[in-house]
Write a protein of this length. Structure first.
Length: 507
């Protein structure tokens, strides 16, 4: 422990060197704005700016990209709250309650909660990273396809509670998302499937960003226009020092949720190919499932903003763990970082701690500093962000339309995806109108390909034996996840039964 403290202190001193600290500031600021732009996100931001880092030493380069990654995780909440458009897939869950809070004149409270929860999630995950890197990396290695599939089932189970009392509608929404996730080519046979109307463009599948921007950009805007007739008046947003102190005092209301989301996010982030998106969606589902007031979720519950933001920031740190210790990227963004490290002549893996301790501990030290810098920048810029809401809706509507179009086309470079976004937006609007939850469908299209791949790998490896998922001798982790998933799915049924018994007793 003393040795770790000494190495961490050296890493912190290294991160405060002029060049490294300048890289942290630049990375955090760039990440905030990249994360807030619909269609960009941390993956595109790191990929675009990777060549720039070849002008500086490797340690400064990785510090800059890691800070950018951090900033993008914070920044994703900005457009989710102010415009209702997720800046990236990791910020989708933030829309569920962040946008309703903004419409009630609580945008500054929502963004402050997002910033503080992100800071708490980042801090907890960095501490866990520092203390438990080697053993957690070993646990992550034990996750085979059976364990990955069980984890996906657990994620779906957490969202059963999102439908409130109407569990069948929630299940239908999940199944609809799984169908959309299956569009394209079969991952085993390579044959095309679900190619609607025999359109060749569907062979590439339905991109998550197309779905997310369609449903939460176009669909939400159509719903708002219908409900208000285009005359939307958002309450005045105060950003005074007194309001700031008042919101700081509300941290204890969502601290348990934030802590839970942080721990969950870090653990999910350490799993190869999982990443921050499933972590944030799972954290939101758990927050609602165990809330004393689950009906308030989706209508502006501050815990619904804090939980996913804590989880996605914790997961971003967690995803670096398998990359540094094993050479296995934990997310698409860390896959790009891994490529950069190889170009810089560094070999990620167990020997990296022994061969390049200055690099490793400089990176870990920069995470602590970047976490403080990003939350400070975010809180300082909240008055600027909330001014977006002061615009008349007649101006805001075309801006949202343009951002949706540009965000999709710039990412996919296909007009077909723009038209598909509009169609999905109309579908999302109809689901809202029929009182179907759209969040489970979004979860399904994210996790569907991961769940299918791991399930089919497991069944091929076990020669079709479905009991491989619940084998206590070979896959105890998988069995544990499935048992917890079943309990979570039965929880709303049990809760409804208890409520009916209570109502009968009062009559």
């Amino acid at each position: 422990m003393v040795e770790i403290a000494d190495l961490l202190a050296a890493g912190l001193l290294q991160s405060f060197e002029p060049l490294n600290f300048a890289m942290i500031l630049a990375g955090c600021m760039a990440g905030l704005f990249i994360g807030a732009m619909p269609g960009l996100g941390s993956v595109n931001g790191v990929a675009i700016l990777l060549p720039v880092t070849f002008l500086v030493p490797p340690t400064a380069a990785i510090i800059f990209l890691a800070a950018l990654y951090y900033g993008a995780m914070y920044g994703g909440a900005i457009s989710s709250i102010t415009l209702g458009i997720p800046g990236a897939s990791t910020a989708v869950a933030t829309v569920f309650d962040g946008r309703p809070m903004a419409q009630k004149g609580k945008a500054n409270q929502a963004m402050m909660a997002a910033a503080i929860a992100s800071f708490i999630g980042g801090t907890i995950s960095i501490i866990l990273f520092t203390l438990f890197a080697p053993p957690l990396a070993e646990v992550a290695l034990k996750f085979g396809p059976q364990e990955e599939f069980a984890l996906m089932i657990l994620a779906f189970a957490t969202f059963i509670g999102l439908g409130g009392d109407d569990i069948p509608k929630t299940i239908f929404s999940i199944l609809l998302g799984l169908v959309m996730a299956a569009v394209g080519f079969d991952i085993i046979s390579g044959k095309p499937r679900l190619i609607f109307f025999d359109l060749v463009e569907f062979q590439r599948g339905i991109g998550f960003l197309v779905l997310a921007i369609g449903i939460y950009g176009i669909g939400e805007m159509l719903w708002t226009l219908e409900q208000t007739g285009g005359k939307v008046k958002l309450d005045y947003v105060k950003t005074t020092w007194a309001e700031f102190k008042k919101h700081l005092g509300q941290i204890k209301a969502y601290l348990p949720t934030t802590s839970l989301g942080s721990a969950l996010g870090f653990f999910v982030g350490t799993l190869p190919a999982a990443g921050a998106t499933p972590a944030s969606l799972m954290a939101y589902g758990l927050a609602k499932t165990f809330s004393k007031d689950p009906d308030s979720f989706g209508k502006g519950n501050i815990a619904g903003v804090a939980a996913p933001e804590a989880a996605n920031n914790a997961a971003s740190t967690g995803s670096m763990l398998p990359m540094i210790t094993l050479g296995i990227p934990g997310s698409p963004t860390t896959a790009i970082l891994l490529g950069g490290m190889i170009i810089w002549g560094l070999r990620p893996g167990p020997l990296l701690f022994a061969n390049n301790p200055d690099f490793v501990w400089g990176l870990i030290g920069s995470m602590y500093v970047a976490n403080f810098v990003t939350v400070a920048l975010n809180l300082a810029l909240i008055p600027l962000f909330v001014r977006v809401l002061a615009m008349p809706f007649t101006i805001l509507t075309p801006i949202i339309f343009i951002l949706c179009f540009v965000g999709v086309f710039a990412t996919t470079d296909r007009m077909f995806d723009v038209w598909l976004m509009l169609a999905l937006g109309l579908g999302g609007y109809l689901l809202r109108k029929l009182n179907y939850p759209v969040a489970p469908a979004v979860l399904a299209i994210v996790l569907g390909p991961l769940a299918e791949r791991s399930m089919r790998q497991s069944l091929i490896g076990s020669q079709g034996d479905v009991t491989t998922f619940i084998s206590i001798s070979e896959h105890p982790i998988s069995l544990g996840c499935i048992v917890i998933a079943v309990m979570l799915m039965l929880y709303p049924v049990w809760s409804n039964y208890r409520r009916k018994l209570a109502n009968r007793s009062t009559l």
